[in-house]
Write a protein that binds this ligand. Sequence first.
Ligand code: PEP
Ligand code: MN
Length: 338
Amino acid sequence: MIIVMKREATEAQIEAVVRKIREFGLDANVSKGTERTVIGAIGDERKLDPEQFDILAGVDQSLHIVKPYKIVAREWHPQDTVVDIRGVPLGGPQIQVIAGPCSVETDEQMARAAQAVVDAGCRLMRGGAFKPRTSPYTFQGKGVEGLAMFRQAADRHNLPIVTELMDVRTLETFLEYDVDVIQIGTRSMQNFDLLKEVGRISKPVILKRGMSATISEWLMAAEYIAAGGNHNIIFCERGIRTFETYYRNVLDVTAVPVLKRETHLPVIIDPSHAGGKAWMVPALARAAIAAGADGLLVEMHPSPCEAWCDADQALSPAELNTLMGELRGIAPVLGRSI
Ligand code: PEP
Ligand code: MN
């Protein structure tokens, strides 16, 4: 971190800044220019917070010079990380499409959905048993019963399952059902207690972007998980809030190259919650893959108009098939397979 002193800063004020830096166990380098004095903190500057220095007398401003995230940063780990999901690689040359219904409803619905996932050539299945709904009066998910239904339907095809964890108290149950990938939803991205808990286990985690989160906040949320020891993190962009109301959210495709530059971890896109309409999904999915995403999280229901949740945005099995065919055409152009 560097601390820029005001023009009129006194020797005593400069000394006070140096003392404060040393209290944190770092060394200080004082550089006196003709106009101003700039003090550099030498050592692990992540221990320092600019706010602690900005309030000192004589300080103009203080700024970090290295990024506040470390384990997730490409700066510290230049090669791409490939997350292994029970033998399915995510983050390597092979693109993964995770498909399935918004929520687990019935045994029959899940059986048909699992069959459609396999028939389309996808290797991973999604489905929510605990649903974060805007209204408390709408379907909240099947809960533990839903986890059991999901596990059973997916196991028939040996499909790893992806499902959302909303509450730390449910984590043990998720482990009992051997959930393969834990999804942290947009509304939980900054639930730091939840992030710390999934940081303590080794199961892969899909970390969705908060609907109003900046890239930097999102990276810091991932750092919470990584700091606990779990480095199996997958970023998922699912659309952000803007002034536009025509569609559910705005898919921030720019986040893909930016994250690819900032982090070594895989990046996927959820085109379903971004557009909010099934007809928008193929275009957004193609854009995501063209931009360099490592995969997609797509809602597909065996009978979309009967879906209990997010019916408007669910692809039918036939539409998922068509999309996979299109992506099979795009992937090789980008040096990837699907
Ligand atoms: C979901 O994937 O079912 C979901 C609720 O997504 P999000 O957290 O992005 O709204
Ligand atoms: Mn949904």
